[in-house]
Design a protein around this ligand. Structure first.
Ligand SMILES: Cc1cc2nc3c(=O)[nH]c(=O)nc-3n(C[C@H](O)[C@H](O)[C@H](O)COP(=O)(O)OP(=O)(O)OC[C@H]3O[C@@H](n4cnc5c(N)ncnc54)[C@H](O)[C@@H]3O)c2cc1C
Length: 280
């Protein structure tokens, strides 16, 4: 096995331009995966690239660098629209995992149960990909193609996530259901963000569900149905199974399809009740 630890981004991109490398960040998905298949022949460890670490609030967007860990995110000063992502962060594994694992690694691993995806979908996050040829950004929905599949080309790496300032509005929350409270893979998880105007009317709402389809989904029909409604702690009564039709959960060791659907319906109702009763 060839191991490289580039000292800066330029060096990393130079290596990626020459050959295909498996990228290693915090390693919390990478190492468990090599129990199931052989170690890749070329591993590039980007953990020491400090230039990728910052989380920064800029004029047009909030940037989460590819090196930012879940703990960095929890510690960052960010508006309430990021509360859902912070709540998810606090439920990723344990504190030891949060200290090591990166938010971007969670997306690049492309597990249907990745807790970071629903909270980033409600923020309309885009993925920034960089190569020697330049930079491109893709909406998160277009980056994740399926189970363990992303749109990243072999000469690219993800340098960060960009959340547009127009989506950094309103309150947000995240609810996760697992077979136990901590250190558990989600059976279902729901993220929501709501903007309520001064008259108490819902101006904008974003909702997403993970672990119930190959790729986490935004619930656009439900979002449309809730927009313009008067916010209240009973908003959940407007949510029906019809709004979950885009979900396609599977039966597995963690849950049956029917339980995943029931649980998701309940989580979505609780999510919108919470957001509907949160002061603007
Ligand atoms: C005990 C334990 C508990 C866990 N609990 C949870 C949980 O509750 N919820 C949850 O969602 N996850 C959980 N995880 C999974 C894991 O911690 C997260 O997915 C983590 O965020 C991955 O980040 P990482 O930096 O460790 O990625 P790595 O393992 O280093 O990499 C993961 C994948 O992303 C790729 N990658 C990483 N960075 C880049 C980049 N910049 N550009 C391109 N590709 C890149 C790698 O090549 C690899 O394919 C758990 C893991 C463990 C071991």
């Amino acid at each position: 096995m060839t191991y490289a630890q580039p000292k800066n981004l330029d060096e990393a991109l130079g290596l990626l331009a020459e050959e295909s490398w498996s990228i290693l960040a915090g390693g919390t998905d990478f190492y468990p995966s090599v129990l199931e298949r052989p170690m890749p022949s070329r591993v590039m460890d980007i953990h020491a690239l400090e230039e990728l670490r910052p989380i920064s609030v800029e004029d047009s967007h909030v940037r989460i660098g590819a090196g930012a860990t879940w703990s960095d995110l929890i510690d960052a000063q960010l508006p309430p629209a990021f509360d859902a992502l912070k709540l998810a962060a606090a439920e990723v594994g344990s504190v030891q995992i949060q200290n090591r694992a990166t938010v971007v690694g969670n997306l690049c691993n492309a597990s249907p149960a990745a807790d970071g995806v629903p909270p980033l979908l409600i923020l309309d996050a885009a993925v920034e990909l960089v190569s020697h040829a330049g930079i491109r950004t893709l909406p998160l929905q277009e980056f994740t193609l399926g189970n363990r599949r992303t749109a990243r080309a072999s000469n690219e790496m993800v340098s960060g996530l960009l959340v547009p300032q127009q989506s950094v509005q309103g309150q947000s929350t995240f609810l996760k259901l697992g077979a136990r409270k901590y250190l558990v893979i989600s059976i279902s998880m729901v993220a929501g963000r709501m903007v309520i105007d001064h008259k108490g009317v819902i101006e904008d709402v974003a909702l997403s569900v993970g672990s119930c389809s190959l790729v986490a989904q935004r619930l656009t029909d439900l979002e449309a149905a809730l927009t313009g409604q008067v916010a209240s702690k009973d908003l959940g009564s407007l949510v029906s199974t019809r709004h979950l039709e885009s979900l396609a959960p599977i039966d597995d060791v963690r849950s049956t399809i029917a339980y995943r659907m029931d649980a998701s319906l309940e989580l979505i109702r609780r999510c919108v009740n919470t957001l509907g009763s949160t002061p603007a």
